[in-house]
Design a protein around this ligand. Sequence first.
Ligand code: ATP
Ligand code: MG
Length: 722
Amino acid sequence: FESSMSDLLSSLNEAQQAAVKHFEGPALVVAGAGSGKTRTVVHRIAYLLREHRVYAGEILAVTFTNKAAGEMKERLGKMVGRAAHDLWVSTFHSAALRILRVYGEWVGLKPGFVVYDDDDQNTLLKEILKDLGLEAKPGAVRAVLDRIKNRLGGISEFLRDAPDYVAGILREDAALVYQRYQQSLRAQGAVDFNDLLLLAIELFENHPEILHKVQQRARFIHVDEYQDTNPVQYRLTRLLAGENPNLMVVGDPDQSIYGFRNADINNILDFTKDYPGAKVYRLEENYRSTSAILSLANAVIAKNALRLEKTLRPVKGGGDPVCLFRAPNAREEAAFVAREIARLGNFGQIAILYRTNAQSRLLEEHLRRAQIPARLVGAVGFFERREVKDILAYARLAVNPLDSISLRRIVNVPTRGIGASTVAKLLEHAQQHGIPALEAFRQAEAILSRPQQVGAFVELVDELAEAAFETGPAEFLERVLDATDYKTFIKDEPDAEDRLANLEELLRAARDWEAEFGGTLAEFLDTIALTASIEEPAKRVQDGKLEAPREKAEEVTLMTLHNAKGLEFPIVFLVGVEENLLPHRNSLNRLEDLEEERRLFYVGITRAQERLYLSYAEEREIYGKRESTRPSRFLEDIPEGMLTEVNPFGEFGRGVRPVTVGWAAAPSRPKLAENFKGGEKVKHPRFGNGTVVAALGGEVTVHFPGVGLKKLAVKFAGLELL
Ligand code: ATP
Ligand code: MG
């Protein structure tokens, strides 16, 4: 025991040790990227268990993503063994859902309530807008509702503060939509993602005895990435922490990147005011990145005006210079990345980070072509595909018969002769009598003249509802496919092969989930709801398959900068460092937004451990139109000498070099020739030595003995004058 205890502390520096030893009362660990904040939380939890003999069932750790929660649990499992099972490690949303599954009835939720995703929300909003005769985009209205719900003031604050028009409709009308929307959600036994937190707060505020019970389960609370909490999460934390807060929050104001979702950086800046007597721990050593990478990061973030200065020193040595690649267009940028990755090998150590999801397509294409195994995290939209949604709608209806969005989705899918007018009639009846839609379907005989098919449909739903209790998710989904003959239904569609494959994939996902967690269908649906909304599962770039859980393959990782928070990779390619992308075009008008973009850049840079590549293209297709672009203004923040420009062929012709990490030639890059008259002796990285025979505009024709004549663009050929 003694030795394991010293292990716990000996792998930490003094400042980290002090934070780990912190016992009761509030604490703030504030420090730059890669300084070991997350590691400190993990060790602190182990220390609580071992040294302070705190019971694992009294410890809560809140992480930003479900994935981070999984990793934290795994690390703790290795450190403390079985006790890790009793720890509560989760995101805010997962934690709230778990609480509501137990106490939901106290805030008016029905057992078996479902969590609607964006798509369900849009469907519901479309209907409400139509009902009210309002012209607005459901997606835009949803964004407004999100904003209302991510504050705490609710609808009254909205009516006071919002501009006259939002999402193209009057503020008052938007408020009306909001109310209708909430009523409709509840009537269907549904909540949306934001409701999870709001309802947990409502529960705690109105039922102190329940709050008290949950507080027993969370006597020691940790919140990682605290700089990105929004007012709702702040309130929830406060409630849970209670009168005697044993609350340790950990974060870095320079990495606050979710302002657009109402994250409030002041939560971390004001922590010591909110929690008087809080101890503050500052970590100043960065263990992640080489000093070449870290000095670049520090130089970039120093340009933000709205920030507190802090120290961050590298522990690692100098390292390779940070490379900058300027590509003539986005295609060449992607080609460069793929080529360079092929040369480097070690695919599992490499990540490609970008600002917008749209950027991934070209990268995927080039990686696939180069046969480089890769996985794409996020934005897969797998659970949004039609066939997947259809089958899951059956599952949701089986679990929650009130869910009329799901009911309407599948009432005639596959086609079973229940026409739109029949459905409309039944729904109208339901609305008039204030009964659930399925109830009206049950009474079809009394309402319709020809109710036959409706009866069969209701029978099917009842049958599935029963099966939902008796079978696991995988078997249940198979039963849906059988009972509905869904595969036959889609087999003649043009993209049938894809769709069938997706269904296979869904079954596989269900089986994997069962093997790993072994829960009920309802729990499986919860997992999907929680992961699909913010963090899609990863997808293989090669074959489009979902990644099996916990598989740590040798694959390149592709993801957005937002998704990369908290992670680290030996080698990082940060692409599209351009105006209008990074900073994003929507953020150019306000200093606050621009600074958030700079923080995002900082987050990206600080993911890299050993080697970092920045790149930008001089031309890119935007909304299908080719546009010329400019390098990001953030590149101007970087002092001379911190970046080494590289050319597309330069040192890495055709993979003849040893495939190891090491940009041997980069620092001593030869001077590249630019102006030719003819007659010059040159060296080309691939074709060897040659003689310029003609030069016109930006192009030269060179004769290479044994190769022949080559016409080359001077700018990109990487010719060296001999
Ligand atoms: P971020 O701000 O990006 O979330 P962080 O502050 O949470 O970063 P960690 O991810 O905890 O930093 O740590 C960064 C890396 O440094 C990890 O690989 C971690 O294992 C390592 N590290 C942290 N502290 C030490 C230490 N004292 N000795 C050795 N390695 C350490
Ligand atoms: Mg961290």
